[in-house]
Write a protein that binds this ligand. Sequence first.
Ligand code: PMP
Length: 395
Amino acid sequence: MQFASRLDNVETSAIRELFKLLGTPGIISFAGGFPDSAMFDVEGLKEASSKALAEEAGGALQYGATEGYEPLRTQLSAFMKTKGVEVEASGLIVTTGSQQALDLLGKTLISPGDKVIVEGPTFLATIQCFRLYGAQLISAPVDADGVRTDELEKLIAEHKPKFVYLIPTFGNPSGAMLSLERRRKVLEMAVRHQTLIVEDDPYGDLYFDQPPPPSIMSLTREVPGSRELVAHCGSLSKVLSPGLRIGWMIGPAELLAKATMCKQFSDAHTSTFAQATAAQYLKSGRMPATLAHVREVYAERARAMGEALQRELGDAITFTQPGGGLFFWARLTGAGGKVADANVLAKRAIEKLVAFVPGAPFFAEKPDVATLRLSFATANVEKIREGIARLGEAL
Ligand code: PMP
């Protein structure tokens, strides 16, 4: 079949093959990016969906506005306020997961050949989505404090990108957190170069010991002229349920209007039933307890994984203990000055019945084959210890 030329820029994910093996009996998987389904607040969501049907079936089951179901926009505006972002209900649009917000950004902003700066490494689906629209991706280096702002500014000056895409808080896959100082610098350079910054923030609520610095969007209050230069994507996927497919985007009115127009042609609107359920859930006041619960469980798993990696892999690996999110990002140190290949280890690991994702596909440019991503979200502490011990054997 003759497919559209835009598909020429995109390969199917190199890690899909690996995912096929995850059904192997007895395997312990650190590969996926899923939250743990045992942590879904089923009772709360049952109540919320029943209420949505009992009180507002007309809205919850009917076609709805493309921008989003009004009661949910109101609840999300209040939710963002608790996180230091002042936004009217009309200042955000609801999207079908934050993945759709990324797609709408690609559709509205990227013409073939346009340059977009992303972090190296960054979220794989973003790389593929932006490439589908013909973007030329430029990779900015990341260290333990998130994207290197000195390098980022040089790249902005050199390439004049259409926008810069960042996951500043517990990035996927890097787990890194952009420091407060660097967040301010990002906003200042956005103003200096008049460059749009996209802040993708599905993990900001998943912190362990202490809350992350304020989001880039909330810091726009401090930097004159910056608010119109930031788009912020949020999601209920990692804290409540990815199956609900509820995300949102805040940004310049002009951008939201174009994104809404494109969304109309794509899915008309996000499921009104899911939106009404999410609105009822947020209104029920259960969210703070849910957040506290998921933070506690993931924090314990992250601690267990850090300890196990130290114990079982020692000098063979370097990593930073994440302060939140779902991932460890690690690098094989290699032996005798040779770079170790995480792909080779991944194959051996599968034989030992443990899975992780090699890091190379997460780089839009200059892949580092020694890197790997390990998720601590779905295995319990005992499985994490066992899985990392198997990884040690594989190594
Ligand atoms: N952005 C990042 C950085 C992610 O890791 C994910 C999910 N893995 C998404 C966006 C998309 O999430 P969702 O569409 O479920 O909101």
